[in-house]
Design a protein around this ligand. Sequence first.
Ligand code: BGC
Length: 466
Amino acid sequence: MAADSTSAVSPAEQAGSSTYVYLAAFFAALGGLLFGYDTGVISGALLFIRQQFGLSTFRQELVVSVVLVGAAIAALGGGRLADRFGRRATLLLTAAIFVVGAVLCAAAPTAGLLVAGRVIVGLGIGLSSTTVPLYISEISPAKARGWQVSLFQLAITVGILAAYIVDYAFSGSQSWRWMLGLAVVPGLVLGIGMFFMPETPRWLARRGRPEQARRVLEKVRGSADVTEELQEIEATLAASQERGRWADLWSPTVRPALLIGTGLAMFQQITGINTVIYYAPTIIRSTGIPSASGAILATAGIGLVNVLMTVVSMWLIDRIGRRPLLLAGTGGMVITMGALGLLFRTHVNGGSLATLEVVLLMSYVASFAVGLGPIFWLLISEIYPLKIRGEAEGTAAATNWVFNFLVSLTFLTLVQVMGASDSFWLYGLLSVAGWIFCYALVPETKGRTLEEIEATWHKTHPRTAS
Ligand code: BGC
């Protein structure tokens, strides 16, 4: 289903960006920073939280994983909120939730309240994972949409790295409250920034406010010549057979996109990324690197590679397109997981093999960072019809959180039962399945307007009576 890139380039595709659109994308992307920070920070904080409250293993698991449950629920509901109340209003709500959650976590006098705070933070993460990509993709011009939406993934990776660093910095003083509480700062900046940013033109047009939509378009494109883009949006809305209900997710024009979005959501997680992101120090220690500080340093190195390779992907994504990056990245994950499985099979720990294992872990993360990492979030903001974009994207994001939860919960047990080598091979095999899925089903969306992408589904499945 690869795209033909030969079609004539319309003015709407050519439309440029004003400084304003960069600002809007920047502020919205802070939602990603909080996503990365809040999912990453707990690994370091948990040690001290456990001591302070004397937590059982189950309660520790609860503190870690309720975030993912909250995120799954909010991702699903967030799409509906974004469709009904707007992308901007939902982002303002997201910021408020992040701030309240961070304050509650930092001040929690009991373990119960800490768990409650983590649920609230999870709701913020889920809302941001649905709304941020949606918001950025709907204000960006087609030719820059790839890298601008990928700012979200970049912010996630920076958030994860910041969490590793903050954990390290506060571990000497055992200040877990600071670790969790610092998230207030980006939460406030997100809220204040979004207060001054506009609603997206597409949501405004859908709510029957074409004049407001025009004003926003003029502002974000830095040009008064937006008539064509606006007409394209309105024509798409008029032609769409969806009415914006849950049942529409199954309509013939949405079903293929739904399959692609939820499939990518699943593969992004079951190929094992968070076994490395959440458990890197544990894996690294098991390679035979003796010191805890060596393991922490190697973990920070992995976080840095994640950030840098996301930048590389952003640089390439609007040039060479989504499919080549996705296929190359997932291919890299197959190779690195295969090689890791092989090395762990040798059972020879320490020395140069340990270094090689860390290098392979880094290469695996690098492969994810150029492909499935940013491109999943990008595609689910691009491929759905406007009338149900929020709900459909929310479904994909929620699927991602459910699989994230399942993989994080089962990883340590899997290693106990199957051993590290077979576990890595399992993730490698699932990466092969992911590669085939991407090759067979994922369309190229580079350079096309959201309206053109929507039109391709209507072409594949001509209008049926509804
Ligand atoms: C994934 C997260 C993951 C992160 C790592 C995101 O795209 O959804 O689960 O922790 O990338 O960079």
